[in-house]
Design a binder for this molecule. Structure first.
Ligand SMILES: C[S@@+](CC[C@H](N)C(=O)[O-])C[C@H]1O[C@@H](n2cnc3c(N)ncnc32)[C@H](O)[C@@H]1O
Length: 284
Protein backbone atom coordinates (compact mmCIF):
# COMPACT_ATOMS: atom_id res chain seq x y z
CA UNK A 1 0.00 0.00 0.00
CA UNK A 2 1.36 3.43 -0.88
CA UNK A 3 1.40 6.30 1.61
CA UNK A 4 -1.26 8.00 -0.52
CA UNK A 5 -3.53 4.95 -0.18
CA UNK A 6 -2.80 4.89 3.55
CA UNK A 7 -3.60 8.60 3.70
CA UNK A 8 -7.02 7.93 2.13
CA UNK A 9 -7.63 5.15 4.64
CA UNK A 10 -6.84 7.49 7.54
CA UNK A 11 -8.84 10.33 6.00
CA UNK A 12 -11.85 7.98 6.10
CA UNK A 13 -11.00 6.71 9.59
CA UNK A 14 -10.58 10.11 11.22
CA UNK A 15 -14.26 10.76 11.99
CA UNK A 16 -14.64 7.56 14.03
CA UNK A 17 -11.28 8.01 15.77
CA UNK A 18 -12.07 11.60 16.71
CA UNK A 19 -15.65 10.80 17.78
CA UNK A 20 -14.30 8.17 20.19
CA UNK A 21 -11.13 10.03 21.16
CA UNK A 22 -12.07 9.89 24.85
CA UNK A 23 -12.40 6.07 24.70
CA UNK A 24 -9.09 5.66 22.87
CA UNK A 25 -7.36 8.01 25.30
CA UNK A 26 -8.77 6.14 28.30
CA UNK A 27 -7.88 2.63 27.10
CA UNK A 28 -4.47 3.70 25.78
CA UNK A 29 -3.56 5.70 28.90
CA UNK A 30 -0.94 3.10 30.05
CA UNK A 31 0.69 3.44 26.63
CA UNK A 32 0.67 7.23 26.77
CA UNK A 33 2.17 7.09 30.26
CA UNK A 34 4.96 4.74 29.13
CA UNK A 35 5.87 6.99 26.18
CA UNK A 36 5.86 10.12 28.33
CA UNK A 37 7.97 8.46 31.03
CA UNK A 38 10.54 7.30 28.47
CA UNK A 39 10.61 10.62 26.61
CA UNK A 40 10.78 12.73 29.80
CA UNK A 41 9.65 15.81 27.88
CA UNK A 42 10.45 19.06 29.71
CA UNK A 43 9.67 22.75 29.53
CA UNK A 44 11.61 24.52 26.81
CA UNK A 45 12.14 21.40 24.69
CA UNK A 46 10.87 21.05 21.12
CA UNK A 47 8.89 17.87 20.45
CA UNK A 48 7.68 16.30 17.19
CA UNK A 49 4.68 13.94 17.38
CA UNK A 50 4.49 11.71 14.30
CA UNK A 51 1.06 10.50 13.18
CA UNK A 52 -0.28 12.72 15.95
CA UNK A 53 -3.93 11.80 15.37
CA UNK A 54 -6.21 14.00 17.43
CA UNK A 55 -3.33 15.27 19.56
CA UNK A 56 -2.99 13.31 22.81
CA UNK A 57 0.81 13.55 23.01
CA UNK A 58 0.76 17.15 21.76
CA UNK A 59 -1.52 18.06 24.66
CA UNK A 60 0.77 16.31 27.14
CA UNK A 61 3.87 18.04 25.74
CA UNK A 62 2.37 21.53 25.86
CA UNK A 63 1.09 21.00 29.41
CA UNK A 64 4.69 20.64 30.67
CA UNK A 65 5.79 23.72 28.71
CA UNK A 66 7.37 22.10 25.66
CA UNK A 67 6.94 23.44 22.14
CA UNK A 68 4.97 20.80 20.27
CA UNK A 69 4.69 20.12 16.55
CA UNK A 70 2.43 17.39 15.20
CA UNK A 71 2.34 15.89 11.74
CA UNK A 72 -0.41 13.71 10.35
CA UNK A 73 -1.48 12.60 6.89
CA UNK A 74 -5.22 12.73 7.68
CA UNK A 75 -7.01 16.10 7.35
CA UNK A 76 -9.65 15.14 9.92
CA UNK A 77 -7.01 14.22 12.47
CA UNK A 78 -5.07 17.44 11.86
CA UNK A 79 -8.20 19.56 12.29
CA UNK A 80 -9.07 17.75 15.53
CA UNK A 81 -5.54 18.07 16.94
CA UNK A 82 -5.31 21.76 16.04
CA UNK A 83 -8.65 22.43 17.74
CA UNK A 84 -7.72 20.39 20.82
CA UNK A 85 -4.21 21.81 21.27
CA UNK A 86 -4.15 25.42 20.01
CA UNK A 87 -0.66 25.90 21.47
CA UNK A 88 0.76 23.24 19.13
CA UNK A 89 1.66 23.55 15.46
CA UNK A 90 -0.13 20.79 13.55
CA UNK A 91 0.96 20.01 10.00
CA UNK A 92 -0.90 18.05 7.34
CA UNK A 93 1.47 15.83 5.40
CA UNK A 94 3.31 12.58 4.87
CA UNK A 95 5.97 12.30 7.56
CA UNK A 96 7.99 10.02 5.28
CA UNK A 97 8.52 12.61 2.59
CA UNK A 98 7.61 16.09 3.79
CA UNK A 99 10.26 18.73 4.21
CA UNK A 100 9.91 19.27 7.94
CA UNK A 101 12.69 21.85 8.06
CA UNK A 102 10.72 23.99 5.64
CA UNK A 103 7.25 23.26 7.04
CA UNK A 104 8.17 23.38 10.74
CA UNK A 105 10.94 25.98 10.88
CA UNK A 106 12.76 26.27 14.19
CA UNK A 107 15.53 24.62 16.17
CA UNK A 108 16.04 20.88 15.75
CA UNK A 109 13.72 18.68 17.81
CA UNK A 110 14.81 17.37 21.21
CA UNK A 111 12.34 14.48 21.00
CA UNK A 112 10.47 12.65 18.25
CA UNK A 113 7.55 10.74 19.74
CA UNK A 114 4.61 8.69 18.54
CA UNK A 115 1.78 6.61 19.92
CA UNK A 116 0.88 4.08 17.23
CA UNK A 117 1.61 6.59 14.42
CA UNK A 118 4.76 5.28 12.70
CA UNK A 119 3.81 1.81 11.39
CA UNK A 120 2.11 2.98 8.22
CA UNK A 121 5.03 4.04 6.02
CA UNK A 122 5.62 2.33 2.67
CA UNK A 123 9.35 2.98 3.16
CA UNK A 124 10.08 3.04 6.91
CA UNK A 125 13.84 3.56 6.47
CA UNK A 126 13.17 6.66 4.37
CA UNK A 127 10.65 7.88 6.95
CA UNK A 128 12.89 7.42 9.98
CA UNK A 129 15.77 8.98 8.05
CA UNK A 130 13.58 11.98 7.27
CA UNK A 131 12.57 12.29 10.93
CA UNK A 132 16.17 12.00 12.10
CA UNK A 133 17.04 14.84 9.73
CA UNK A 134 15.12 17.31 11.93
CA UNK A 135 16.25 15.83 15.26
CA UNK A 136 19.00 17.49 17.26
CA UNK A 137 22.24 15.64 17.92
CA UNK A 138 21.51 13.35 20.87
CA UNK A 139 17.75 13.78 20.43
CA UNK A 140 15.61 10.83 21.36
CA UNK A 141 13.08 8.84 19.42
CA UNK A 142 10.33 7.24 21.55
CA UNK A 143 7.34 5.38 20.22
CA UNK A 144 4.92 2.55 20.97
CA UNK A 145 3.75 0.05 18.37
CA UNK A 146 1.93 -3.29 18.29
CA UNK A 147 3.57 -6.71 18.39
CA UNK A 148 1.91 -9.51 16.39
CA UNK A 149 -1.72 -9.73 15.31
CA UNK A 150 -1.95 -13.15 17.02
CA UNK A 151 -0.79 -11.71 20.37
CA UNK A 152 -3.33 -8.88 20.29
CA UNK A 153 -7.06 -9.61 20.78
CA UNK A 154 -7.51 -5.87 20.22
CA UNK A 155 -7.75 -6.76 16.51
CA UNK A 156 -10.30 -9.56 16.88
CA UNK A 157 -12.38 -9.28 20.08
CA UNK A 158 -15.95 -8.67 18.89
CA UNK A 159 -14.66 -7.72 15.45
CA UNK A 160 -14.68 -11.33 14.23
CA UNK A 161 -18.49 -11.47 14.62
CA UNK A 162 -18.72 -8.78 11.94
CA UNK A 163 -15.78 -10.09 9.86
CA UNK A 164 -17.46 -13.51 9.52
CA UNK A 165 -20.41 -11.84 7.79
CA UNK A 166 -18.32 -9.90 5.26
CA UNK A 167 -17.47 -11.16 1.79
CA UNK A 168 -14.55 -11.21 1.30
CA UNK A 169 -13.83 -11.87 4.95
CA UNK A 170 -11.02 -9.57 6.15
CA UNK A 171 -7.95 -11.55 7.21
CA UNK A 172 -4.87 -10.74 9.25
CA UNK A 173 -2.42 -8.31 7.65
CA UNK A 174 0.57 -9.71 5.77
CA UNK A 175 3.72 -9.69 7.93
CA UNK A 176 5.79 -6.51 7.63
CA UNK A 177 3.17 -4.76 5.45
CA UNK A 178 2.40 -1.14 6.39
CA UNK A 179 -0.29 -1.22 9.05
CA UNK A 180 -0.70 -1.57 12.82
CA UNK A 181 1.48 -4.70 13.13
CA UNK A 182 4.15 -3.75 10.57
CA UNK A 183 6.79 -3.60 13.30
CA UNK A 184 5.85 -6.83 15.08
CA UNK A 185 9.20 -8.33 14.07
CA UNK A 186 11.76 -7.03 16.53
CA UNK A 187 14.89 -7.75 14.47
CA UNK A 188 13.45 -6.08 11.40
CA UNK A 189 12.47 -3.04 13.47
CA UNK A 190 15.91 -2.78 15.06
CA UNK A 191 17.55 -3.12 11.65
CA UNK A 192 15.45 -0.53 9.89
CA UNK A 193 16.01 2.04 12.65
CA UNK A 194 19.75 1.40 12.46
CA UNK A 195 19.59 1.70 8.66
CA UNK A 196 17.89 5.09 9.15
CA UNK A 197 20.87 6.19 11.23
CA UNK A 198 19.36 5.98 14.72
CA UNK A 199 21.70 4.68 17.44
CA UNK A 200 21.23 3.08 20.88
CA UNK A 201 18.09 1.38 19.55
CA UNK A 202 16.15 -0.36 22.31
CA UNK A 203 13.01 -2.39 21.61
CA UNK A 204 11.40 -3.54 24.86
CA UNK A 205 8.14 -5.47 25.36
CA UNK A 206 5.40 -3.31 26.84
CA UNK A 207 2.52 -5.44 28.12
CA UNK A 208 -0.49 -3.51 29.30
CA UNK A 209 -4.22 -4.04 29.76
CA UNK A 210 -6.65 -1.87 27.82
CA UNK A 211 -9.47 -1.30 30.31
CA UNK A 212 -12.76 -0.46 28.61
CA UNK A 213 -14.49 -0.22 32.00
CA UNK A 214 -12.94 3.17 32.78
CA UNK A 215 -16.40 4.68 33.34
CA UNK A 216 -17.15 2.16 36.06
CA UNK A 217 -19.37 -0.12 33.94
CA UNK A 218 -18.56 -3.32 32.04
CA UNK A 219 -17.10 -1.49 29.03
CA UNK A 220 -19.18 -3.45 26.50
CA UNK A 221 -20.70 -0.37 24.83
CA UNK A 222 -17.31 1.38 24.75
CA UNK A 223 -15.70 -1.63 23.06
CA UNK A 224 -18.61 -1.92 20.62
CA UNK A 225 -18.25 1.77 19.71
CA UNK A 226 -14.58 1.35 18.86
CA UNK A 227 -15.19 -1.93 16.98
CA UNK A 228 -17.68 -0.09 14.76
CA UNK A 229 -15.35 2.86 14.18
CA UNK A 230 -12.30 0.97 12.88
CA UNK A 231 -11.79 -0.78 9.54
CA UNK A 232 -13.90 -3.96 9.79
CA UNK A 233 -16.68 -2.21 11.68
CA UNK A 234 -16.80 0.63 9.17
CA UNK A 235 -16.92 -1.84 6.28
CA UNK A 236 -19.77 -3.69 8.00
CA UNK A 237 -21.70 -0.44 8.51
CA UNK A 238 -21.16 0.65 4.92
CA UNK A 239 -21.63 -2.66 3.07
CA UNK A 240 -23.47 -5.10 5.33
CA UNK A 241 -25.95 -2.96 7.26
CA UNK A 242 -27.77 -1.59 4.16
CA UNK A 243 -28.23 -5.14 2.80
CA UNK A 244 -29.85 -6.53 5.96
CA UNK A 245 -33.55 -6.88 6.81
CA UNK A 246 -34.87 -4.37 9.37
CA UNK A 247 -33.87 -5.50 12.83
CA UNK A 248 -31.10 -7.80 11.61
CA UNK A 249 -28.38 -5.18 12.14
CA UNK A 250 -29.52 -4.66 15.75
CA UNK A 251 -29.45 -8.45 16.23
CA UNK A 252 -25.93 -8.59 14.83
CA UNK A 253 -24.79 -5.88 17.26
CA UNK A 254 -26.35 -7.92 20.08
CA UNK A 255 -24.22 -10.87 18.89
CA UNK A 256 -21.14 -8.66 19.21
CA UNK A 257 -22.22 -7.63 22.72
CA UNK A 258 -22.77 -11.30 23.65
CA UNK A 259 -19.31 -12.19 22.35
CA UNK A 260 -17.78 -9.39 24.44
CA UNK A 261 -19.69 -10.55 27.53
CA UNK A 262 -18.28 -14.08 27.04
CA UNK A 263 -14.78 -12.60 27.41
CA UNK A 264 -15.13 -10.30 30.42
CA UNK A 265 -12.37 -10.19 33.00
CA UNK A 266 -13.73 -9.57 36.51
CA UNK A 267 -16.93 -8.42 34.82
CA UNK A 268 -15.23 -5.88 32.55
CA UNK A 269 -13.90 -5.77 28.97
CA UNK A 270 -10.16 -5.79 29.59
CA UNK A 271 -7.96 -6.46 26.57
CA UNK A 272 -4.33 -7.50 27.05
CA UNK A 273 -2.06 -5.64 24.65
CA UNK A 274 1.37 -6.82 23.49
CA UNK A 275 3.39 -3.80 22.39
CA UNK A 276 6.94 -2.64 21.83
CA UNK A 277 8.24 0.47 23.54
CA UNK A 278 11.00 1.71 21.28
CA UNK A 279 13.72 4.23 22.12
CA UNK A 280 16.71 5.41 20.10
CA UNK A 281 19.08 8.40 19.84
CA UNK A 282 20.24 10.56 16.97
CA UNK A 283 24.02 10.16 17.08
CA UNK A 284 24.84 13.17 14.90
C1 LIG B 1 -3.44 4.57 14.95
S1 LIG B 1 -3.55 6.27 14.58
C2 LIG B 1 -2.74 6.95 16.02
C3 LIG B 1 -3.09 8.39 16.24
C4 LIG B 1 -2.51 9.01 17.51
N1 LIG B 1 -1.06 8.97 17.52
C5 LIG B 1 -3.09 8.35 18.74
O1 LIG B 1 -2.40 7.54 19.37
O2 LIG B 1 -4.25 8.64 19.05
C6 LIG B 1 -2.26 6.43 13.31
C7 LIG B 1 -2.08 7.84 12.82
O3 LIG B 1 -0.96 7.86 11.90
C8 LIG B 1 -1.28 8.73 10.83
N2 LIG B 1 -0.43 8.41 9.67
C9 LIG B 1 -0.44 7.29 8.91
N3 LIG B 1 0.47 7.36 7.92
C10 LIG B 1 1.10 8.58 8.07
C11 LIG B 1 2.14 9.24 7.34
N4 LIG B 1 2.75 8.69 6.28
N5 LIG B 1 2.51 10.47 7.76
C12 LIG B 1 1.91 11.07 8.84
N6 LIG B 1 0.92 10.48 9.55
C13 LIG B 1 0.52 9.24 9.17
C14 LIG B 1 -2.77 8.48 10.61
O4 LIG B 1 -3.40 9.49 9.88
C15 LIG B 1 -3.28 8.35 12.04
O5 LIG B 1 -3.69 9.58 12.56
Amino acid sequence: MTNADMGRHWADSAAGWVEHESIFDAIFSPVTDAILAAADVRAGQRVLDVGCGSGTLLAAATVVGATAVGVDISPGMVAAAAARVPAATVLLGDAQTMDLTRDAPGPPFDSVVSRFGVMFFADPVAAFTNLRGVAAGGAQLVFACWRTFAENPMFTLGTTVLAERLDPRPGPPAPDEPGPTAFAGRLRLERLLADAGWASVDVTPLDVVLDYGFDGDDGVEQRLATVLSVTTGRTAREKLQPSLEPGAWAELLDEVRAELRRHLTDGVVRVPAALWLVTARNPT
